[in-house]
Structure formats: structure tokens, C-alpha cells
Design a protein around this ligand. Structure first.
Ligand SMILES: Cc1cc2nc3c(=O)[nH]c(=O)nc-3n(C[C@H](O)[C@H](O)[C@H](O)COP(=O)(O)O)c2cc1C
Length: 289
């Protein structure tokens, strides 16, 4: 009879911290009680064993390659890891692994693990499947290059990638920025202002580019690598211009300027709006690779 795959996910509580230490070769020298509880082993079954005792077959080799490369250089490293408990069930952790240095020499490694949010779990689960598949036909070094490019293509470095997922945030630029939604919001906003003016309300408040939702999002993203692109900077200028031009339109209407002048301002708003989203799509496309 075919064996059913009935492995279940072991839930880890937010307050839990799973800790273990290894010697320089990766043999376990310390585990805390939560480690034993979650992995389902007695302490004496773990001490002295290689840490791959909890390795899950769904984990790509490249993650451990990167982990060991980093810690042997004396660096700390974060990684999302799926582990296998003694009974075959699995649990996801965000691991922080650090070398312990004494008299300038690495003497052991310690890992502290916390649970992973559902968004990151789903994202990483899918990504790891791709990596495991890639590893079937590529060396671990090539898989590492593939992973680095994958993350760079999203305009992030490894730490930003881990940080965003840890906060449950998207790591895909086209998901971070819903261009259609923001473009429509600006068009609707323009008509809202035109209608207000048509109805004689020239006191209508025009928001600045920093007050609008799109502007706030752009500000939050400031510092991400893709914000250094010239198209991103051009996009910000056009956005600023859209809001300023709408403000001028309202003040011209207030001063009862002729309709040609008013229409001119609205044409500028329209072409700037197009430019904002053309620039933005260029930024997004360049990160899709
Ligand atoms: C401090 C420390 C903690 C580790 N924790 C885990 C872990 O929780 N799960 C795991 O699969 N590997 C962990 N590893 C990595 C293992 O040593 C090993 O590289 C990995 O399981 C892959 O094993 P393999 O190369 O024999 O397939 C840890 C390594 C260190 C130094």
C-alpha cells in the first residue's frame, strides 16, 4: 500500500525562542528545552549529533551553503528554514545564526529561532521549491548566483529581502506598487477638483504630493535601491508637478482666469500623470529582469 504523506506543521508560539549551539563542524553542543519540545527529541538524542539531524528534504542546499560561508567568515546570518521533527512533522523558523568568538577565534556557533509569519512562509516555500528544482541541474555556486540575482531583481539586498518578508511585506516591486490603482486615484482626484471648481467651489483643498497616498508610499520606499534610478527621480518630479499644477488651476479659477488658461493647466496635469506612471513602469520592468 502506498504510504500517505501525512506530515503536519508544528506551530511555534510567538513568545518561543528555539536555541541551539554547535561546534565549528556543526555538531550540536547545546539545545534549549523549546528546541527539544518542538523537534520531539530528548536532549541526549541531540547532543553530539550533526545539526542536519533536523534538516528537511524540502530545504535547498544553497541556503546552508550561504549560511556556512557567512558564519565561517565571522558574519551573522538570517535565514528562513523548514526543519523536520523526529516524527516527520515540520516547523518553519526564522533563524539568526552567529559565530561566538573567543580570543579572536571562532569557537562555536549559536542559532536563535523565531516563528515565521504566514505570508513569508508561503513566499519562501514557493521560492525554495524553485531553488530545489534549479539545484537538480546546477551547482550550488550557480544556484547561489541565481538566488542573488533573484533578490537583486526585486531591488533589494539579502537583508532587506529577509526584513520585508519578516514584516509580511511584498518583495515584488509590481506588487508593492499597484500602478493601475494609483493612476486611477489621480485621475479621479483631478475630476473631483474640476467638478468642485465647476460648482463654484474655488476653496477646494488641493493636497500636496506628500499628503497623497501615492506620495506617502514613495516616501516610505525612499532608500530602497530602485529609488536611485533616474526614472524614479523623474517620477517624483512629475508627481510633485501634478499636485502643484492642480493647485495653480484652483487659484486661477479663483481669480476667474479665462478657460484657455485653465485648460492649459489641466493638460499639464494629464501629461504629468502619464509621465509618472510611464516612469514607474520602467522602474518596475527593469527589476523584473
Ligand atoms: C548554529 C547552527 C544551527 C543550525 N541549525 C540548523 C537547523 O535548524 N536546521 C538545519 O537543517 N540545519 C541547521 N544548520 C546547518 C547544518 O549544520 C547543515 O549545514 C544543514 O542541515 C545541511 O546539512 P547537509 O549539508 O548535511 O545536508 C545549523 C548550523 C549551525 C552552525
Amino acid at each position: 500500500m502506498e504510504e500517505l504523506n501525512i506530515s503536519k506543521e508544528i506551530k511555534i508560539h510567538n513568545k518561543d525562542m528555539i536555541v541551539s549551539s554547535t561546534d565549528k563542524q556543526g555538531n550540536i553542543i547545546y539545545v534549549n528545552d523549546i528546541f527539544c519540545e518542538v523537534a520531539g527529541y530528548k536532549r541526549e538524542e541531540l547532543i553530539g549529533q550533526p545539526h542536519n539531524i533536523v534538516r528537511h528534504c524540502d530545504m535547498p542546499k544553497v541556503i546552508f551553503y550561504f549560511l556556512w560561508q557567512s558564519i565561517l567568515k565571522g558574519e551573522i546570518v538570517y535565514a528562513f528554514v523548514k526543519n523536520r521533527a523526529k516524527n516527520g512533522d515540520f516547523y518553519w523558523v526564522k533563524a539568526y545564526v552567529k559565530p561566538i568568538v573567543k580570543n579572536g577565534e571562532i569557537v562555536q556557533f549559536t542559532s536563535y529561532r523565531k516563528p515565521v509569519n504566514n505570508f513569508a512562509k508561503k513566499y519562501i516555500d514557493d521560492l525554495y521549491k524553485v531553488l530545489v528544482d534549479y539545484e537538480k541541474t546546477h551547482s550550488v555556486e550557480d544556484t547561489f548566483k541565481f538566488l542573488v540575482k533573484y533578490i537583486e531583481d526585486r531591488g533589494l539586498n539579502y537583508q532587506q529581502f529577509i526584513d520585508r518578508l519578516s514584516l509580511g511585506k511584498s518583495v515584488d516591486l509590481s506588487n508593492i506598487i499597484d500602478t493601475v490603482k494609483y493612476k486611477n486615484a489621480h485621475i479621479i482626484y483631478k475630476y473631483h477638483i474640476i467638478d468642485a471648481v465647476k460648482n463654484g467651489n474655488t476653496q477646494v483643498k488641493v493636497t500636496t504630493c506628500k499628503e497623497c497616498e501615492f506620495g506617502k508610499m514613495c516616501e516610505e520606499l525612499e532608500g530602497e535601491p530602485f529609488t536611485l534610478m533616474p526614472q524614479w527621480k523623474s517620477m517624483l518630479k512629475h508627481h510633485e508637478h501634478v499636485h502643484a499644477s492642480l493647485g495653480e488651476y484652483v487659484s486661477l479659477a479663483h481669480n476667474k482666469a479665462d478657460s484657455m488658461l485653465l485648460q492649459d493647466k489641466l493638460d499639464i496635469v494629464l501629461s504629468d500623470t502619464e509621465m509618472i506612471f510611464d516612469n514607474l513602469i520602467e522602474v518596475i520592468d527593469s527589476y523584473k529582469g
